[in-house]
Design a protein around this ligand. Structure first.
Ligand SMILES: *Cc1c(COP(=O)(O)O)cnc(C)c1O
Length: 377
């Protein structure tokens, strides 16, 4: 990636490679063809900016987007002409009329939502599109097997509703050998027999790597588009899209017995050199990446070499151990990689006891955000 000149006073930078996001979508679309490939852009495209991501993916050929809320749908509408937008969380807070007004398609997960949408269609004297979401074992959102049986006996509940997709969601797709995957596939297939005929969708980023049986008509990746590799030991055909860098502010020497940071949780056992870095939990470095003496925590990379976080992550700063680096390799002003070629997104999550998904959705809003544009030619 080209290095851009830092803005005066810039403490860090989030660089988002829209070209890589477009290539990832194209690679996943090719992997699942002839099934279609949507893009999940909820939570501001996992923190990367829903508008630029949707604009890019639409130009790359994506015709279907999933968001979680009506507000998120509203945000992307101006850049999503001639696409279909599905709203995963349905008709929360009396949003039926607003969602109908926007012309986007709610995902209906309860019989109450179906009734509300049916009433909305009748009140408007029109037909309205909807997705039916069945729960096949995740026990999160979705119609239960009992709801599906009842619905299939009383299909007039769907009068005025055009079901454009039947969907479900997998619990354990990040564990390919988990028996829940096959069980959910069977449960989804039997639900489909009872629902009005429509295209079907089961798989997200990890599910689409479980094989053709899981593809149905449409897959719904989010995380993989942004370069996530949630499954250990298996490679999804996508590349990283995000780098986050920050700066060394100071380098200091510690004597044995010196402690580091709030709560003095880290104590030097030997002479050490520390670099103080201008990134903290307000910049998306999780406080759970703190490392007390004898505990593992998160890390960063300086000049391509990993440096462990020591002591507590504070709001605006972290301290990292650079004892093993050459004097010349780290100085005030040195670049620090928080996420990038050395610090892979999923490893950064693991270093804080969480997942890369959470790291992405909490990226710094204080750092400069730079988009590398996609040249669609
Ligand atoms: C978030 C979400 C997705 C996308 O999941 P990824 O693991 O990010 O690919 C797909 N479907 C549903 C229902 C979701 O909530």
């Amino acid at each position: 990636m080209p290095a851009a000149t830092p803005a005066p006073g810039e403490t860090g930078r989030v660089t988002i490679d829209l070209g890589a996001i477009a290539r990832n979508w194209q690679a996943l679309a090719a992997h699942v063809a002839p099934a279609a490939c949507a893009a999940v852009v909820k939570a501001d495209a996992y923190g990367l900016g829903a508008k630029p991501v949707v604009r890019t993916l639409r130009a790359a050929g994506c015709e279907t987007f999933f968001v979680a809320t009506a507000r998120e749908a509203d945000d992307i509408l101006p850049v999503a002409e001639d696409t279909t937008i599905y709203v995963l969380n349905g008709l929360v807070s009396d949003s039926a009329s607003h969602i109908a007004e926007l012309g986007v398609v709610p995902v209906l997960s309860t019989l109450d939502d179906i009734r509300t949408w049916h009433d909305e269609a009748r009140a408007r004297n029109t037909r309205l599109r909807a997705v039916l979401h069945v729960d096949s074992g995740l026990n999160r959102l979705g119609l239960s097997p009992g709801d599906v049986a009842l619905l299939s006996d009383t299909l007039d509940r769907l009068a005025g509703i055009d079901v454009v997709l039947n969907m479900s969601h997998l619990a354990s797709a990040d564990t390919p050998e988990a028996p829940e995957n096959a069980a959910q596939l069977t449960a989804f297939r039997s639900a489909l027999l009872k629902l009005p005929p429509a295209p079907a969708s089961l798989a997200a980023s990890d599910g689409l790597m479980l094989g053709r049986d899981f593809h149905f008509d449409l897959v719904r990746p989010g995380y993989a588009l942004y370069g996530g590799q949630a499954v250990q030991g298996r490679h999804t055909p996508v590349e990283p899209t995000v780098t986050v860098t920050s700066k060394v502010l100071q380098v200091r020497a510690l004597k044995p017995g010196d402690t580091v940071g709030y709560g003095a949780s880290y104590c030097a056992a030997k002479p050490m050199r520390l670099a103080i870095v201008s990134a903290g939990y307000a910049d998306g470095v999780p406080r759970a990446a703190s490392a007390a003496t004898n505990e593992a925590g998160g890390a960063v990379a300086i000049n391509g070499i990993k440096a462990a976080i020591v002591g507590r992550v504070s709001m605006d700063l972290i301290a990292v151990d650079v004892t093993h680096m050459a004097q010349d390799d780290v100085a005030p002003g040195s670049d620090v990689e928080l996420i990038g070629p050395v610090m892979a997104l999923d490893d950064v999550g693991a270093g804080a006891g969480t997942i890369g998904y959470e790291i992405l959705t909490r990226l710094s809003r204080r750092f400069e955000c730079v988009y590398l544009d996609w040249d669609s030619d």
